[in-house]
Design a protein around this ligand. Structure first.
Ligand code: PLP
Length: 377
């Protein structure tokens, strides 16, 4: 018997998360200059870092000899005033992935289950499996969450339902009214984790006030991240909003210093910089139009997206992904999400979007098996 044999079967069964390919990897492999590579693989913000956040983080460097504030007082205060919640309703995470995992650790164990949709964010099955709980994957409808089926899938042993709105990697969206009806129908003793990583990209007509729902649904947790529209993916800050009794449970399984001091400084600054968020929204709106029109012009079918990325059907996706890499363009294969004919591209700057579309046109021209509607080109 070796030490590996002693790891629980549910741990050995985990298929590791497949991140977007780093720019530095591709530069090394192709002998390319990093500056010539376009990475549209991880839904990062093409605007770069908010100058206010950069300034605050630079100043915070001088203090790294001290442990961070384990309670994140300043960050929670900024969240509290921005979103109108009590600080006791906030849990901070090392990215929102951390918050999702805290929920799993606090509520799941072998013999329980969590419900999530087919094609939903990969972290839900990962954090579920890590606890030894059973993951129930509910078939999607038109790539989106099928709420009726998800409700029907809840069992007496279910402790968490995970939903992403908009969802990654499909970009699909559920309207606020339907979502709140769903939450109301979920049994009171099942935690609904509503992952709103992309909520800041929603056009005003689609926005809904999930934070107001917290008062009506004590079994709801809303999770948000500073990684996307706030432009701080590498910093790792996310947060969960829920009833104080739920937050208290998550804090019990949280590492005491899970958000470092530089991250706390940057988070406070960007939360107080609404103009950055507005620019993120505008750049994404224009870029989404550019990319989807470009995809249509090339004859590719795409899934209409409410986020900062779009998934499109290309046919031989693994092959096209490799050919795009050779052009210095990194996108995301999503075969692991049960979408082997699709690629996901993040919305970049106008220039990056143009480079992506040009490279896609080049590598798919005459390529066997490429799926187009026949209307483009
Ligand atoms: C990107 C993303 C997140 C954010 O994760 P962080 O850990 O905050 O970087 C959360 N949920 C979904 C669905 C995402 O796509």
């Amino acid at each position: 018997m070796s030490v590996e044999d002693r790891a629980p079967a549910h741990v050995k069964a985990i298929a590791p998360y497949q991140p977007g390919k780093p720019i530095s990897d591709l530069a090394r492999e192709l002998g390319l200059d990093e500056a010539g590579i376009v990475k549209l693989a991880s839904n990062e913000n093409p605007l770069g870092v908010s100058p206010a956040a950069l300034d605050a983080m630079t100043r915070a460097l001088a203090d790294v000899t001290r442990y961070p504030d384990g309670n994140g007082f300043e960050v929670k205060s900024a969240i509290s005033s921005r979103f109108g919640v009590d600080p006791a309703q906030v849990v901070l995470g090392n990215g929102s992935n951390d918050v999702l995992e805290l929920a799993a650790r606090a509520f799941l164990l072998p013999g329980t289950s969590a419900v999530y949709a087919q094609h939903a964010f990969a972290v839900y099955p990962l954090v579920t499996q890590a606890t030894g709980a059973h993951g129930i994957e509910v078939p999607a409808r038109d790539f989106g969450h099928d709420l009726d089926a998800m409700l029907a899938a809840i069992r007496p042993d279910t402790r968490i339902v995970f939903l992403a709105n908009p969802n990654n990697p499909t970009g699909t969206f559920i309207e606020g009214a339907a979502l709140e009806r769903f939450i109301a129908a979920v049994p009171d003793d099942v935690l609904v984790v509503l992952d709103e990583a992309y909520t800041d990209y929603l056009p005003s007509a689609l926005r809904y006030d999930s934070i107001a729902w917290l008062a009506r649904h004590p079994n709801l947790m809303v999770s948000r991240t500073l990684a996307k529209a706030y432009g701080l993916a590498g910093l790792r800050v996310g947060f969960g909003l829920a009833a104080p009794l739920v937050i208290d449970l998550l804090n019990r399984v949280r590492q005491p210093f899970n958000v470092n001091s530089i991250a706390q400084a940057g988070a406070v600054a960007v939360l107080n910089d609404p103009s950055f968020l507005e620019r993120s929204f505008e750049v994404n709106l224009a870029g989404m139009k550019q990319v989807t029109e470009g995809l249509s012009a090339l004859g590719f079918e795409y899934i209409p997206s409410c986020a900062n990325f779009v998934s499109f059907r290309v046919g031989p996706a693994a092959r096209v992904f490799d050919l795009l890499l050779k052009q210095g363009v990194i996108v995301r294969p999503i075969a692991g999400y049960g979408m082997p004919e699709y690629l996901r591209v993040s919305i970049g700057t106008a220039d990056e979007n143009r480079r992506f579309l040009e490279a896609l046109r080049t590598v798919t021209a005459g390529l066997p098996g490429v799926r187009t509607t026949g209307t483009g080109r």
